[in-house]
Design a protein. Structure first.
Ligand code: MN
Length: 312
């Protein structure tokens, strides 16, 4: 065994302190971490709630509900068990957002060195700040965000610099080598639009009406030209609340599930071998009825994994 792989093995073992082993794994996966697989981590981060609390329960509820659904995608493929491992949840300290982001960064940094891809289950959207930051250490990043909100506020609530509504601004201030394609937003204020305008060379927004494959394919091709790594972040409130009411900050309208998966397919076709991280955030099981919408999130995970990693 080479020194490099001995060190890698030791780093993975050292993660034990920061990862809580799952009681049930997601989608019947075996327990990770494991090299060369798609590693699942739950991130029960919920430190900056502004409306309805509950996202921190999402990873464990989704694992538990995933025992009762079929592992087939909405386009007739069946998830391969050998593709995924579940590393459990990042152990977090309730209320300590910056220490928690450090822990998420640390776990992400080790796993990204060894895994094929990272499937991250939130928790609040703020976790993307830590993981996109880690990915940007490794080269130029295209971050594709699906979200009803722009999350470009300077402070939210007033006085709070790091939160689910400010994370994207903090990320762009910190990292010059991240380009963002923002899809589906229709909820923002004038200051956020001004920031968008001032940063339009690396922050491209397409609203819900334009979120179709034809428009996306050209943009994705152009934006990914000088990019080594792609990160896809899905805030489930991008979906119409009629299709996804179980989310902390709903915004009245949104994309259909089919719009979202068509966009994902298109991105996967154009950028498959560059996609390193997908996160699915802001599902709130306390607002779910009989776990109906948990099954939709699980279907979204299966569709994502089969589209992006299984048939690559
Ligand atoms: Mn949102």
């Amino acid at each position: 065994m080479s020194l490099e792989s001995v060190n890698r093995k030791r780093e993975i073992e050292d993660l034990e302190f920061y990862l809580e082993k799952p009681i049930y794994t997601l989608l019947g996966a075996s327990v990770g971490p494991e090299e060369k697989k798609v590693n699942v981590i739950g991130v029960p981060l919920e430190d900056t709630v502004s409306f309805r609390p509950g996202t921190r329960f999402a990873p464990d509820v989704l694992r538990s509900v995933s025992r009762f659904v079929e592992y087939s995608s909405s386009s007739d493929s069946v998830l391969s068990f050998s593709l995924l491992v579940d590393c459990g949840n990042v152990t977090l300290l309730q209320g300590a957002v910056s220490r928690n982001l450090d822990r998420i960064r640390r776990v992400g940094s080790v796993l990204l060195r060894v895994c094929r891809g990272l499937l991250v289950v939130g928790g609040e959207h703020t976790l993307t700040l830590a993981l996109a930051d880690v990915l940007a250490e490794r080269g130029n990043v295209l971050l594709v965000v699906f979200d009803s909100h722009l999350d470009l506020k300077d402070e939210w609530p007033p006085g709070q610099e790091v939160s689910h509504a400010t994370f994207l601004r903090r990320l762009l201030e910190k990292r010059q080598n991240i380009t963002v394609l923002h899809v589906g937003s229709h909820a923002f204020d004038e200051k956020e639009l001004r920031f968008l305008e001032e940063n339009k060379s690396r922050l491209v927004r397409i609203g819900p009406a334009e979120a179709h494959p034809g428009r996306l394919s050209r943009l994705v091709r152009d934006l990914s030209r000088d990019v080594e790594h792609v990160y896809i972040s899905i805030d489930v409130d991008v979906l119409d609340p009629a299709q996804m009411p179980a989310t902390s900050n709903p915004e009245g309208v949104g994309l259909s599930y089919r719009d979202l998966t068509c966009c994902l397919q298109l991105i996967a076709q154009s950028l498959n071998n560059k996609i390193r991280i997908v996160d699915i955030v802001e599902y709130n099981p306390l607002l779910d009825q009989g776990y109906t919408y948990a099954t939709r999130i699980i279907k979204l995970m299966i569709d994502t994994v089969t589209t992006i990693w299984q048939y690559a």
